[in-house]
Design a protein around this ligand. Structure first.
Ligand code: ADP
Ligand code: GN1
Ligand code: MG
Length: 351
């Protein structure tokens, strides 16, 4: 707590009369996120204070620079949502480095909103995809060259496969044994990525500014209208194919179960799937190329599969990337993605 207060003081001068509460928010897998409430004799101010995971984001200055470019662009357009404003520290820097070498940033707290880790109904699936669709449409007029990827090769699937194979080579027998069914499935489906990788290499998928992580917990919904109010977690903004983001929406908004639920029954909603497509295309359809549109179904499968690979890679590596709550958490997340993928295969065969 004292540590957090010291960090907080680098952003806001705290008077003795202030009453400060710091409440952890545990929705994300990567950063440490704290809600800060400052009570100044009945006058409340709230902020979000975050420790950026430095083993994942090696250049936070670059990441925050991209975020600022995007924010300014959105503020100068007719973007209908709130912008996730960064609050600089008292030295006018975008982040504070603590004595451990960790980076902290502060953002505006978006009040009267809620966040969910699982889509609640059909209309929320549509609303989430539409909110992102509007976000992308405003960024179509910003050059992707201005944005540098905060995690290099994030959407390089060849690298994801290599990371997976390396993890397999170094994993303990016990972990490999536990994951054997999932590994079997993954090894038999690696071919699924080939055509996507080829299309990327041939530049058939145009580079656009993507969010990189449009999962449901990265949107804040209005408490009363239930409409999107703010797109958050802009740490993975990068130039890449928008099919990645579409695929991640399918992954997140069509899954009726929690991301770590291993039961295969009733995991997927075809109706939500249609809602995601309609919402995604609502503001992007005029700009997307025929090749992009033809690959939407395929992108859903590919991104769910890639996420299964990422989770199992982390499981094999000893859980060093995603936060876990219990020992087999990453394995259960992998199983969930595989169950979802099996359902997406069925949709494809129907079409
Ligand atoms: P992570 O990278 O760990 O996912 P996020 O930036 O997504 O971190 O933040 C984690 C959670 O904190 C979000 O899912 C949301 O519940 C909450 N949150 C983040 N930023 C804000 C904000 N500006 N206003 C209100 N809640 C927020
Ligand atoms: C992580 O940070 P969070 O929880 O919103 C991850 C995403 C994954 C997601 C899976 C930087 O997102 O890429 O798709 O978990 N973020 C990073 O739930 O790797
Ligand atoms: Mg998040």
């Amino acid at each position: 707590m004292q540590h957090y207060i010291r960090i907080l003081q680098s952003f806001i001068p705290l008077k003795e009369t202030y009453n400060v509460s710091i409440i952890p928010i545990n929705d994300g897998h990567i950063n440490i996120t704290l809600r800060v409430v400052i009570n100044e004799q009945g006058d409340y101010r709230q902020f979000i204070l975050q420790r950026i995971n430095r083993s994942i984001f090696h250049k936070p200055e670059l990441m925050l620079h991209s975020l600022n470019i995007v924010n300014r662009h959105l503020q100068n357009s007719d973007y209908p949502y709130e912008v996730l404003e960064i609050i600089p520290n008292l030295n006018q820097q975008l982040f504070t480095e603590d004595q451990n070498g960790d980076f902290w940033r502060m953002t505006k707290f978006i009040s009267h909103t809620y966040c969910t880790t699982k889509v609640r109904d059909f209309s929320q699936a549509y609303e989430a995809a539409k909110t992102f669709s509007i976000f992308y449409s405003k960024l179509f007029t910003l050059s992707p060259k201005l944005i540098q990827a905060s995690i290099p090769e994030f959407v390089n699937f060849k690298k994801r496969i290599n990371d997976y194979k390396n993890a397999l080579n170094h994993a303990t027998e016990q972990r490999k044994h536990k994951a054997s069914q999932a590994l079997n499935f993954i090894n038999h489906h690696l071919y699924l990525l080939e055509s996507f990788i080829e299309n990327q290499q041939n530049d058939y998928f145009p580079e656009r500014i993507i969010h990189g992580d449009p999962k449901i917990s990265n949107i804040l919904f209005d408490n009363h209208t239930h409409k999107g109010r703010c797109v958050i977690d802009l740490d993975t903004l990068m130039p890449a194919t928008l099919l990645y983001d579409f695929g991640d929406m399918v992954r997140s908004y069509t899954n009726l179960k929690d991301e770590d639920d291993t039961q295969p029954e009733d995991i997927f909603s075809p109706a939500y799937y249609e809602a995601v497509k309609t919402g995604f295309l609502s503001n992007t359809s005029d700009v997307l190329t025929p090749i992009e549109k033809d690959n939407l179904d395929y992108a859903g499968q590919v991104v769910v599969f890639i996420q299964a690979i990422r989770f199992v890679t982390d499981f094999l590596n000893g859980d060093i990337y995603y936060k876990i709550k219990y020992p087999n958490h990453n394995l259960n997340r992998t199983k969930n993605q595989i169950n979802l993928l099996r359902e997406l295969f069925k949709i494809k065969s129907v079409c």
